[in-house]
Design a protein around this ligand. Structure first.
Ligand SMILES: O=C(O)c1ccccc1NCC(=O)[C@H](O)[C@H](O)COP(=O)(O)O
Length: 228
């Protein structure tokens, strides 16, 4: 080829779509609710292995539910102050891709469990003004993300919104926003916080542990609308 030929390369700017906000639906207890969540594009499905929760499922129940889930939808196992042995027993029966620690687990507790069962984890933070979220994140460096939830009586699933202005800007794009989200407020939450993902449980329910399929559809639609 003639060396003086200059190849003109037209630069094309590739317009990347803005990141799609990931959506986790938590507290699933029924196969038809799973089907409804998957049908509208939920990215992750949460199963609560905390016996005091009205959304609690046994490992055997969760194993049967998870068998209904098609590929490319993540399963999240949610634990509150469980031991390594307890989490291992659940993971032996239920194909969980991600752990969510929602109790008082220390960084060492989270690491020990995650390493024992060879799963990644996210850490729930119960947000309140006294909690320095950047310092908290620095304690849980092994977590894939912080799930920012409201500080409620008990541990979670409380349907309570916290003050989103408490979320440091540099933390927001890595965080999972949770706590009292619903069809009415999730668009505002996304526009204000721009989180990596949103998580909802009671906001898409007709009763505790019973998901309302229309609310799930409307919630997902509101998230997508907020990204336009
Ligand atoms: O969902 C529960 O019942 C629950 C019980 C104990 C600990 C955590 C629990 N849920 C964890 C979640 O990730 C919920 O989605 C999160 O707390 C938000 O719940 P909601 O405010 O009802 O959307």
């Amino acid at each position: 080829m003639k060396t003086d030929t200059v190849l003109s390369v037209s630069s094309t700017s590739v317009a990347f779509r803005p990141q799609r906000t990931r959506i986790k639906i938590c507290g699933l207890t029924r196969a038809n609710d799973i089907a409804a969540a998957v049908a509208v594009g939920a990215d992750a499905l949460g199963f609560v292995f905390y016996e005091k929760s009205p959304r609690y499922v046994t490992a055997a129940e969760a194993a049967a539910l998870v068998r209904e889930i098609p590929p490319f939808v993540m399963t999240v196992g949610l634990f509150v102050n469980a031991s390594v042995a307890e989490v291992a027993a659940v993971c032996a029966q239920v194909p969980l891709q991600l752990l969510q620690f929602h109790g008082d687990e220390s960084p060492a507790d989270c690491m020990a469990i995650a390493q024992a069962v060879q799963r990644p984890f996210i850490r729930a933070a119960r947000v309140q003004p006294e909690l320095d979220l950047l310092e908290y994140q620095a304690q849980y460096t092994a977590a894939q993300a912080l799930l920012l939830d409201a500080h409620v009586t008990g541990y979670g699933g409380g349907g309570k919104v916290f003050d989103w202005s408490l979320i440091p800007e540099k933390l927001a794009p890595q965080a999972v926003l949770s706590g009292g989200l619903n069809v009415q407020n999730v668009a505002t939450a996304i526009k204000q916080v721009r989180p990596y993902a949103v998580d909802v449980s009671s906001g898409v329910e007709s009763a505790k542990g019973i998901k309302d399929h229309q609310l799930i559809q409307q919630f997902v639609a509101a998230v997508r609308q907020a990204e336009q």
